[in-house]
Design a protein around this ligand. Structure first.
Ligand code: GLN
Length: 508
């Protein structure tokens, strides 16, 4: 222990606000990446339905496949970085692919389906997906590497980093949304591209401040030729660029993405159960079962939450009164509300848990998951109630869009950071990477289901006399289901908490 604390003595040189300066390089690089991701995501469904004239159903499916693939690929990107590239090279390569994707999105064409612009569009999404696979998980991993294992600043560092994510998530939809919807689509996507390029510049210039973290474990292995004279490093880059074509095809065949998720899900659950019952002692087995319980709830939450960029974005565009001070605000701009609430509420939630914790009243992790589901469900019911109150012949007042995002953000704060930390606590150290990967995989499944829900709203609306009513009735059903499952989870929470054996965790 004494050795580790000597090695791990915090290096106070070159710090800013008590943290290594490298943290702020990662903060700004990820801020710009999220700026581009959320800026583009805010426009995506509107672009599909208004520019490429896709049906709501089809655009819901594309949105679901896209957001789902964005969260599947980090599992592979994380593996390649851990074993070969190191995180820094992976982040840089990922950033370049993402920027290429956003630049390709600038090819608008004349609209309508088919043609060169449509193909460029599929390729662009695939570039962003593969790029995010290399960037997203790895940039978060470097954050942790800036600190010794026992450094108390690690958790606050992730909180600061999460703020960077949401500053980007707040600014992206405002800037790209306004440019894209009012000046021209390619202006919006162009702004996203510039954002990603700014992130790359920050990351490259800030390299010395990363203190050599995230470098490849075995650089010689990386230089060794594997395909003819081509080194392992370049082989990875070339094969990844080639894989973009395959991912573009997957986007077309979204049902295959669904089956891939089912296959991976079954495989992962089977593996974790095999570990639990075959290899782990009683305490670790219980913990694994608790982790599986939480993992099963993750897709439910994101399936509801991720209506934001798809059906809720379209609802805001078509049925909400977006006039503020004599100006009609584009729907995409409201995609920033979630990040804005995160920035405002995250410190309050952190304080709330500490305050409740001191009184022994802090809800357990499974109880927080239950609360998350109840809140995400309540969000939908609040919007439905607001729309009914205003009358279905009138546009829904904007305040209810803020209300649904407020409740959804409070849910997110009860589930997303809590879930990540639970995964790192409940799995064994040797499974740390795997458990994070599985968490992202569960998120991907949720995003895919979100696409199916949005597509269902789309197909039910086709030919319906009142499409707004259709959306509201689906929202009511999913809202009630969220609350129902959330209540059951709250009732089960004390039993699941026992399975987590937290007392022994502290001793260990
Ligand atoms: N908003 C967070 C981010 O963009 C988390 C999103 C998620 O886990 N689905 O990183």
């Amino acid at each position: 222990m004494s050795t580790s604390s000597t090695i791990g003595a915090p290096d106070r040189r070159g710090t800013l606000l008590g943290h290594p300066k490298g943290l702020f390089i990662l903060f700004f690089a990820e801020m710009w990446e999220r700026f581009s991701y959320y800026g583009m995501r805010a426009l995506l469904v509107l672009y599909l339905t208004k520019h490429f004239l896709m049906s709501d159903r089809e655009s819901g499916l594309v949105y679901g496949a896209y957001t789902s693939l964005v969260y599947i690929t980090p599992v592979i990107g994380g593996y390649l970085a851990d074993h070969y590239l190191g995180q820094r090279k992976a982040v840089l390569f990922g950033g370049i692919l993402i920027a290429v994707g956003h630049i390709l999105l600038g090819i608008e064409g004349d609209g309508g389906q088919g043609g060169f612009a449509m193909n460029a569009f599929w390729l662009a999404l695939a570039f962003i997906i593969v790029g995010t696979g290399f960037l997203k998980a790895n940039i978060s991993a470097i954050v942790g590497q800036l600190y010794p294992r026992d450094d108390m600043r690690r958790d606050p560092a992730y909180t600061i980093f999460y703020m960077g994510i949401n500053v980007g998530g707040m600014l992206g939809p405002v800037i790209c949304g306004i440019l894209g919807e009012t000046v021209g689509w390619s202006w919006g996507f162009g702004a996203a591209a510039i954002g990603m390029l700014a992130g790359i510049v920050v990351f490259v210039l800030g390299k010395p401040l990363l203190l050599g973290r995230g470098e490849p474990a075995e650089p010689e292995k990386l230089k060794a030729p594997v395909i003819g004279p081509v080194s392992r490093e370049w082989s990875i880059y070339i094969l990844s660029v080639l894989s973009v074509g395959g991912v573009a095809l997957l986007l077309h065949h979204h049902d295959v993405v669904g089956w891939l998720l089912v296959a991976c899900g079954v495989g992962v659950v089977a593996y974790l159960l095999w570990e639990a019952f075959g290899r782990l002692d009683r305490v670790d087995r219980d913990r694994m079962l608790a982790a599986l319980f939480l993992l099963a709830l993750n897709p439910l939450f994101w399936a509801l939450f991720e209506q934001a960029g798809s059906s809720l974005n379209l609802f805001t565009d078509r049925h909400v009164d977006r006039w503020i001070f004599g100006m009609e605000i584009p729907a995409s701009v409201f995609q920033s509300v979630n990040s804005m609430f995160i920035i405002l509420l995250a410190p309050m939630f952190a304080g709330l848990w500490i305050m409740l914790g001191k009184r022994g009243l802090e809800p357990s992790t499974p109880a927080k998951f239950g609360l998350a589901l109840v809140q995400v469900g309540l969000g939908f019911l609040a919007l439905v109630a607001g729309a009914n109150w205003a009358g279905l012949d009138n546009p829904t007042p904007l305040i209810f869009i803020f209300l649904i995002y407020l409740l959804h953000t409070m849910g997110e704060l009860c589930l997303s950071p809590v879930g990540l930390s639970a995964m790192s606590k409940l799995g064994l150290a040797r499974m740390a990477g795997l458990m994070m990967g599985v968490w992202f995989l569960a998120t991907a499944a949720g995003d895919f289901i979100a696409g199916l829900i949005a597509a269902t709203i789309g197909s039910l609306s086709e030919g319906a006399s009142d499409p707004m009513l259709v959306t509201l009735s689906v929202y009511q059903t999913v809202g009630l289901s969220g609350i129902g499952v959330g209540v059951v989870v709250l009732l089960l929470a004390p039993f699941v908490k026992k399975l987590m054996h937290l007392d022994k965790l502290k001793e260990g």
